[in-house]
Ligand binder design. Structure first.
Ligand code: AP5
Length: 247
């Protein structure tokens, strides 16, 4: 699969501006992982964040944190997430803008799980323009739906650090225990077969239109998400190394 990334004129303008203030960490851009539930967005986002010194943002993690803390936002999101439906844009957008406006996002960030609707994509572009970030890089993780059910029902996540495992192809050394920090591994409540079906349907209905949206803007790079995880990381790194060199 060929990955393409067109450079727009906004890159050069932002590059000059950021070099002037000596901002060299990160990529100076938003990196978006777009793909269905189980495509490997979280797995790859963790790796990208480390390699390119970018904050890793995840709307799913933000909502789970709100639910755990019992906030009003969490109370609104919980029943929708349990059913596999998207949280309404008006709830998502304020939360995301607050997070992107934090100082650690000034030189770019990697987002997993956002945007998921056309209004969210428009809003992200507005926020990036306001924050003087360069053209967004959208990595479209392409995976057959048939594979996703197995990946999600087999997923286990470390409670403390969010490390991701799979009982079928990436088991921990000791069952139920994280290799890195020894914490308990959990099975997400929405990783049951019925809810996964709803999440996939929501993706097809509300998020697939973003493929055309970003293709039309020349920002989309397709990635073969069915390859082995290290191979996927290599494909992504080639694109992001190119973007970094162009800064
Ligand atoms: P969210 O938490 O974002 O979940 P998701 O998009 O459904 O994605 P997942 O986290 O399930 O999958 P992933 O692609 O990150 O896969 P992973 O790397 O873990 O959202 C949850 C809910 O929150 C939504 O349903 C919605 O209600 C709400 N929400 C969130 N954002 C929202 C928004 N913007 N607007 C509205 N509502 C929102 O990998 C999966 C498994 O596969 C793992 O076990 C992993 O080890 C394995 N794996 C990964 N890569 C590979 C590979 N290459 N080969 C083999 N196995 C692999």
């Amino acid at each position: 699969m060929r990955a393409s990334l067109r450079k727009g004129s906004c890159v050069a303008a932002v590059t000059a501006d950021r070099n002037a203030v000596g901002a060299l960490k990160g990529l100076g851009r938003a990196v978006i992982l777009l793909g269905p539930p189980g495509a490997g967005k979280g797995t790859q986002a963790q790796r990208i964040a480390k390699r390119y010194e970018l904050p890793h943002l995840s709307t799913g993690d933000m909502f789970r944190d709100h639910i755990q803390r019992g906030t009003e936002l969490g109370k609104k999101a919980k029943p929708l997430m349990e059913r596999g439906e998207l949280v309404p844009d008006e709830i998502v957008l304020g939360m995301v803008e607050d997070r992107i406006n934090q100082p650690d996002c000034a030189n770019g960030f990697v987002f997993d799980g956002f945007p998921r609707t056309l209004p969210q994509a428009d809003d992200l572009e507005r926020i990036c323009r306001n924050n003087r970030l360069g053209c967004t890089i959208v990595l479209h993780m392409v995976v057959d739906h048939a594979l996703l059910m197995r990946r999600l029902t087999g997923r286990r996540i470390c409670k403390a650090g969010g490390h991701i495992y799979n009982v079928y192809n990436r088991p921990p050394k000791v069952e139920g225990v994280c290799d890195f920090d020894g914490s308990e591994l959990i099975h997400r409540a929405d990783d049951s077969e019925g809810v996964i079906g709803e999440r996939l349907a929501a993706y097809d209905r509300q998020t697939v239109p973003l493929v055309e949206y970003y293709t039309d803007r020349g920002l989309l790079s397709p990635i073969d998400g069915m390859a082995e995880a290290d191979t996927v990381t290599e494909s992504i790194s080639r694109i992001l190394d190119g973007a970094k060199a162009a800064r």
